[in-house]
Design a protein around this ligand. Structure first.
Ligand code: PRP
Ligand code: URA
Length: 209
């Protein structure tokens, strides 16, 4: 599959195992999701441009690399909140935008209810975060919102579990968008849940069963 980057690092896969386990409680689920964000951010930011500056060590000047552009992490509420916290662990200056979208339980269609973005989104890179990519409806709705505001050329998607159906749907409309994930799972069930998946990421993160 083109433009899908599966990050197989053992540290990330071990956190994913915690997320998948139905016996993981809310506190450990939340912790593991934040850590997944931290680990995934390292891969997502690997090729972001840097520039050289000079700092004074206690002994002499040293040429060092610093990030050249700002980053905006955009969290799709609710489930991306923990992921976004992890994604910004090594990007402390990142701005965080929020898009509120939930999936209608009957139709599985996305319902938008909130959007708050920094005004200068166009400056720098964007990481659009949602741990679950199932039908792709929520991610496409979020990309539609962002495409109306700015170019998506510097946008990457961060997800943890992606279904082949969702990847195909997103790339049918937005083929150029790179999707970084910890796993590509088998399929969706009749209720739109990812198999084997990890269940409902929002409910498991916040204990709202
Ligand atoms: C979940 C998840 C994604 C969406 C994925 O959100 O966080 O946003 O489902 O499904 P899709 O690819 O089929 O659109 P949910 O609707 O459970 O909302 P919540 O995070 O507010 O609980
Ligand atoms: N949203 C979730 O949280 N989990 C799924 O398996 C599908 C959509």
């Amino acid at each position: 599959m083109k433009n899908i980057r599966t990050f197989n690092h053992p540290f990330l896969q071990e956190r994913l195992a915690v997320l998948r386990d139905k016996n993981t409680d809310t506190a450990h689920f939340r912790r593991a999701l934040i850590e997944c964000g931290e680990l995934l951010s390292i891969e997502i930011a690997r090729d972001l441009p840097t520039s050289e500056i000079t700092v004074e060590t206690p002994l002499e000047p040293a040429t060092v690399a610093v990030m050249e552009y700002s980053v905006t992490v955009i969290a799709i509420l609710r489930a991306a909140l923990g992921l976004a916290e992890g994604l910004t662990r090594y990007l402390p200056d990142a701005r965080i935008g929020h898009i509120g979208i939930y999936r209608d339980k009957e139709t599985l269609k996305p319902v938008k209810y909130y959007c708050k973005m920094p005004s200068d989104l166009a400056n720098g890179y964007m990481i659009l975060a949602d741990p679950m990519l199932a039908t792709g409806g929520s991610l496409i709705a979020a990309l539609d919102v962002l495409a109306a505001l700015t170019s998506l050329a510097n946008l990457r998607v961060a997800t943890i579990v992606a279904a082949p159906e969702g990847i195909a749907a997103v790339h049918e409309k937005y083929p150029q968008i790179p999707i970084y994930t910890a796993a590509v799972d088998r399929e969706l069930n009749d209720l739109g849940y990812i198999l084997p998946g990890l269940g409902d990421a929002g409910d498991r993160q916040y204990g709202t069963y």
